[in-house]
Design a protein around this ligand. Structure first.
Ligand code: UT7
Length: 373
């Protein structure tokens, strides 16, 4: 008699992050903006962020993270069958880039990233879900794999918010940083460590005005007149977004846990989108999760958009904070509005190198603020 059929799934087998070297401290921002290190730390938990150099684009960061993730990936040699088209030089058959800051509004950034990684010819697409992009991208990558359209996917979350935030807008200029995080997913089974699943995804377009860049798209281009400076830059209604981020991430995380049949107590590490330390703390509180199980490195990199979850994972893994077998819950929230969560049991992975040697050490949320774990 045939045994039970194993459910196909996308399995995590490689991970890396990269942030551009230039560090921008709160003190540096305070020299030209009416703000202070104390205000930024108290309201956000952020101590510094990394900025891309002028001329450096999202694809440049994505290529760095993608190259590192591919080099670190634990990939068995292609065995024919679904991996027939793969070789050592072409180890994946799809590249997905989650970003809010594509190199250009047309075409997508992923084909260029694939080409620069020597992967010309593979499927390549962008996912646009603002700060939820990585979780949506994971679902898209898992869909490619379980549908049989790809057997291995390189998924990169990359953003250069420094290119869309008005440097004179003190409310937003202090929050965002640039970075990229990448994972390699391979075809496998839902009962394997590393299998990503139990997605909860959602959106509410009625609230699109809470986070937007008004100009640059078809809405503005078909109107007469040049867009204003404000319309060309990233705008966010921080207070309303703050409240939505807490309620949406909490509800989504709960939905994913229910789908996985996990209790809150089962979660070893909660890795939320690294928006603001106060948001992370509130979500952990609302979920009833001990704060030391909440991974954060917002202090050292700020909010890096679609890169924030893979960067936090890469730095936590590099610091041995996450161990094979640990149960991990991911949850994100962003413009759209969009939100999403998923779970996985951590696989045995080659340890990634830290995304920035002295900068992006993982920290845990605590009552008194962020501290090195
Ligand atoms: O990644 C997508 C998701 N994004 C987020 O989750 C971000 C969500 N929002 C936030 O993190 C917070 O709302 C902010 C960090 C953006 C702002 O913190 P807040 O505690 O909500 O401050 P606020 O907007 O209520 O502003 C309080 C005061 C205001 O002054 P008045 O009106 O009370 O006199 C602001 O003008 O703080 C002022 N302020 C600042 N002061 C010093 C705003 N930004 C700054 C600043 N430095 N950088």
């Amino acid at each position: 008699m045939a045994g039970a059929r194993r459910e196909r799934a996308a399995v995590l087998c490689g991970l890396a992050g990269w942030v551009p070297p230039r560090i921008v401290t709160n003190d540096e921002l305070s020299q030209r903006l009416d703000t202070s290190d104390a205000w930024i730390r108290t309201r956000t938990g952020i101590g510094q962020r990394h900025f891309a150099d002028p001329g450096q684009a999202t694809s440049d960061l994505a290529v760095e993270a993608g190259r590192r993730a591919l080099a670190a990936a634990d990939l068995p040699a292609p065995q024919g069958g679904p991996t027939a088209g793969l070789t050592e030089d072409r180890p994946v058959d799809a590249v997905v880039v989650a970003t809010t800051t594509p190199d250009r509004s047309c075409p997508a950034t992923a084909p260029l990233v694939a080409h620069r990684l020597g992967l010309t010819g593979v499927a390549a697409l962008d996912v646009s879900a603002v700060c939820t992009g990585f979780v949506y991208g994971r679902a898209a990558a898992a869909g490619l794999i379980t549908a049989g359209a790809a057997s291995r996917v390189l998924l990169i979350g990359a953003d250069t918010y420094s290119t869309i935030v008005d440097p004179d807008d003190r409310a937003n200029a202090i929050i965002f940083g640039d970075g990229a995080g990448a994972v390699v997913l391979r075809a496998g089974y839902a009962d394997e460590p590393g299998a990503v699943g139990h997605f909860d995804l959602g959106s509410d377009g009625a609230e699109e005005e809470l986070i937007m860049v008004a100009a640059g798209g078809s809405r503005q281009r078909s109107l007469p007149g040049e867009p204003s400076r404000a319309e060309r830059h990233f705008a966010m209604q921080g207070k309303a977004v703050f409240r939505h981020a807490i309620t949406r991430m909490t509800a989504s995380a709960r939905a994913s846990l229910t789908a996985a049949d996990w209790k809150v107590d089962d979660v070893d590490h909660f890795v939320p989108h690294q928006a603001n330390q106060r948001i992370l703390r509130a979500v952990a509180d609302d979920l009833g999760l001990p704060l030391e199980r909440c991974i954060s490195h917002v202090e050292s990199v700020g909010n890096t958009g679609a890169a924030s979850i893979p960067l936090a994972l890469a730095d936590a893994a590099a610091g041995n904070v996450i161990q094979p077998g640990d149960r991990v819950l991911l949850s994100a929230f962003g413009g759209g509005l969009t939100w999403g969560s998923c779970v996985l049991r951590w696989p045995a992975l080659p340890s990634p190198t830290p995304s920035a040697p002295a900068a992006a050490q993982p920290v845990s949320v605590s009552e008194g603020g962020p501290h090195a774990s």
